[in-house]
Ligand binder design. Structure first.
Ligand code: ZN
Length: 304
């Protein structure tokens, strides 16, 4: 197998995970978790979302969270933004990296933001200009890239078109998001090959949800295609808005465990990460989907 020797993990739990928690997580707890995550070796943490507070009430305290965390120089504390207004708020909070999203499925996009894909891309173009003019890094997500809860199959052609649009706008990193966990490894392989073929200059980052248990298999498929940046969430936080009770993103410590046990360097201290996941479970007072936090790490994932 041709596997990369190094992989970067972007922690998205404080955004993708917290936004769907049934109970509002107090701001101090969010800050505590982000500060703890920052001690594990992670270099990128998606810390919050500057969505309209009415759209995502769980993250209405974005400015307070950004002001409250202890920022380390070598860590990028990114934020999700919906539009130009979100970027303005992020700028006021000293955010240097933002992530913006459009869905590859018309009905999902309509359902999410009440706009067509073309309208969303126009909004994104304006927002990106503001971000880039202010020296921010902006990454572009393509939601439901592998399947849509309303439409079913999503056209790889559409995904490729949006990716090209993102590159034309001036983004360098494109995130393929399996928003509701519908991808399978074969599909992942084919999608990455198509995209690499057409958009040669893009850095492709993968965002998997483990909704149907295929998360780690999809990760391996992407690794074999040379992908080296993955989103994951601590403890496996983050459900699916269309499926109550569904599991969330691929779990950060399970992902790091698998990678490190295969000899792939993540730069992350797995034991510290497991402690962090346990702390999150304690604070949220529930059992998280993560498995390594329950089973423990194998020795060769830790001692090297
Ligand atoms: Zn997600």
């Amino acid at each position: 197998m041709r596997l990369p020797t190094k992989v970067e993990i972007v922690e998205v739990g404080p955004r993708d995970g917290f936004q769907i928690e049934p109970v509002f997580i107090p701001t101090e707890q969010k800050i505590q978790i982000i500060n703890q995550l920052a001690e594990t070796g992670l270099k990128r943490i998606e810390a919050t979302s500057f969505a309209h507070p009415r759209a995502i009430p769980q993250l209405a305290d974005a400015a307070e969270v950004m002001a409250g965390i202890t920022r380390k120089d070598d860590i990028s504390y990114a934020a999700w933004v919906p539009n130009k207004k979100g970027i303005e708020r992020a700028l006021q909070s000293g955010v240097k990296e933002v992530n913006i999203t459009v869905s590859a499925s018309e009905s999902h996009n309509k359902n999410n933001v009440n706009m067509s894909i073309a309208e969303s891309l126009q909004t994104i173009r304006e927002a990106a200009r503001l971000a880039l003019d202010n020296g921010m890094k902006i990454t572009g997500s393509i939601a439901t890239a592998f399947g849509c809860p309303f439409e079913g199959r999503v056209s790889p052609q559409k995904v490729q078109e949006i990716a090209q649009e993102y590159l034309d706008i001036g983004m360098s990193e494109i995130i393929l998001a399996d928003t509701t966990g519908m991808a399978n490894p074969l599909q992942v392989t084919e999608m990455i090959r198509k995209l690499k073929n057409k958009s040669k200059n893009a850095t492709i980052r993968l965002h998997f949800h483990n909704t149907r248990g295929a998360g780690m298999a999809n990760l391996l498929a992407a690794l074999l295609e040379g992908i080296t940046i993955f989103d994951a969430s601590i403890g496996g936080l983050g459900g699916c808005p269309y499926a109550p009770g569904a599991t969330g993103n691929i779990c950060t410590e399970d992902t790091v465990h698998m990678l490190e046990s295969m000899g792939i360097d993540t730069g992350i201290d797995l034991l510290k990460l497991i402690d962090c996941a346990k702390m999150v479970g304690d604070l949220l007072r529930r059992e998280l989907p993560g498995q390594v936090m329950k089973a423990g790490a194998v020795p060769w994932a830790v001692n090297k």
